[in-house]
Design a protein around this ligand. Sequence first.
Ligand code: HEC
Ligand code: HEC
Length: 395
Amino acid sequence: MPAEEAATETVTLGTAELTSGIPGEGPLKIGEINAWLDKGTNHVTLNVVLPKGMDAGQAAIKGLDANPLTRAKIELGRQLYFEKRLSADSTISCADCHHPDEGWARHTQFGEGIDGQTGNRNSPVSYNRILSDLQFWDGRAASLEEQAVGPIANPIEMGNTHEKAVETLKGIEGYRIQFERIFPDGVTIDNVGKALASFERVVVTGPSPFDFHETVVAMQKAFGDDLEDLDALKEEDPELHDKYTAALADAEAHPMSEAARRGREIFFSARGNCTVCHVGANLTDEKYHNLGVGMEAEEPDWGRFVVTNEEADRGAFKTPTIRNVANTAPYMHDGSQATLEEVVKWYVVGGHPNLHLSKEIKPLDLTESEQADLVEFMKACSGEFTPVTQDRLPE
Ligand code: HEC
Ligand code: HEC
């Protein structure tokens, strides 16, 4: 072990601990920022544990080696995420298109940027990014760091230049001193990306009724009949008894309706076929598929094809997460579907025929009530979002 092994600390994500801002009220004062930066614990490298449900992805965490997390860096990223002064006319922040109050997305069809301009894609969610490396509907950004600085200079998003954004931050003392204490090279656009990415990585979804249900199902599968007589179990294996009764109590406190349970069966079955793509801790394969969305247009958005030039990628877009999807309408890369019911119908009819339609997309034989069950299942995949303080920015 190297003599100067840096101190580390382990934290579980999903609570307000890392995202509640520098303690206090109102705009951040220089004295408060200095006191915060003087605390050694705010510079210690954090190892993270994901909350129940997302924890199945613990081994797939991305990006922390290249950009280690610290409390100070996460907090700086939090401020920058809500900072409208990063845009050309101080009107737009990241949160304007990925708002915590609107499921970290936006309920508009397209993201609305500076001067009310819109593009042709729906704002995706900015949570659970810790499990993804490639970003955007077409995966054109190689990392969250690279993605995070894009919108600042995008003419229809924040309409600024990186040079001007850096100048602005250097001119705000509260930011300048944070950058200088956190990064050896102070305020740079790369460091803006690192701070923003650090904040985004700690915004995760908490356990959902589906996850509590899954724990019970997994234990029943593993221990079978042993769990049937709880009194006997208490005698024979008190530890297992306590674990199982705690899991039952959790599931009861976060109930999954009968309809959602039936929907779960369909979601995970060959009949529904959903888990061919919506799989893993974040219920996405992180791959690109053509469902035919928007393919009827005269000049369709070719999605992933524009990045790879591979014919197979024509009209393919990244599989979105199903976690907290009930909070993030409208749906699909072009925001063309208003409800989860509409999305399920899209799958039932087999998507929109086109030359490049995924082989996995074909008509499904599901009754109306089974379709409603699938929607109920997706709603049961909703957990608490990481609470976050939206104000407390430098004066
Ligand atoms: C004007 C609206 C708008 C603003 C402002 C904006 N975004 Fe986005 N964001 C979008 C849209 C639209 C996409 C999808 C674009 C695409 O895929 O081509 C996107 C994509 C993303 C993604 C990729 C998510 C994924 O699943 O691949 C992340 C992360 C993200 N934005 C974070 C940010 C951050 C951080 C900021 C601030 C620096 C920001 N956004 C500012 C609209 C916006
Ligand atoms: C072949 C892979 C594949 C299969 C199978 C699949 N999906 Fe999807 N899903 C995707 C992709 C890719 C998108 C985004 C497509 C786009 O925007 O063009 C998507 C979008 C969605 C959305 C919208 C999410 C959002 O945030 O916009 C929901 C909800 C959804 N799928 C649910 C399901 C359900 C339920 C099933 C099973 C009936 C299913 N999916 C089967 C790949 C798949």
